[in-house]
Design a protein around this ligand. Structure first.
Ligand SMILES: [Zn+2]
Length: 123
């Protein structure tokens, strides 16, 4: 792949697209949760939106010419970043719930041990 005569690897293209997403302060709007998002076009057609789809295969596609050409674009990466953030948050929440469950289990076993001690003392 070559842009202005410079060759880039796929990873470098992703990196560039991520930087652009940050620089251009791109935001995604959720149409269908984890399925379809809209990202405002800043350069190609200001004021319009690009449609970014999350496919069952995990592939994330965009309808802009950049994606058609390189299979990577700033809109796609905007959505990728959002999905990563959301999955990190889900993971964090899951860990919090697990901690609460462990604490509840510990307090329950603590209670039952206390009951056993009381039973022994009463006997
Ligand atoms: Zn795009």
């Amino acid at each position: 792949m070559a842009i202005n005569g410079t060759k880039y690897t796929y990873e470098e293209l992703v990196q560039r697209a991520r930087e652009r997403a940050t620089e251009e302060n791109l935001h995604s709007f959720q149409v269908e949760r984890r399925r379809l998002y809209l990202v405002k076009s800043r350069k190609l057609k200001p004021g319009t939106y690009h449609m970014v789809r999350v496919h069952r295969s995990g592939q994330v596609t965009c309808d802009c010419p950049g994606w058609e050409r390189w299979s990577v674009c700033a809109h796609q990466q905007t959505v990728m970043k959002r999905l990563e953030r959301e999955s990190a948050r889900r993971q964090w929440l899951r860990e919090q719930y697990q901690q609460i469950e462990i604490l509840e289990q510990e307090s329950q076993t603590g209670e039952s041990q206390q009951e056993q001690v009381e039973e022994l003392e009463a006997a």
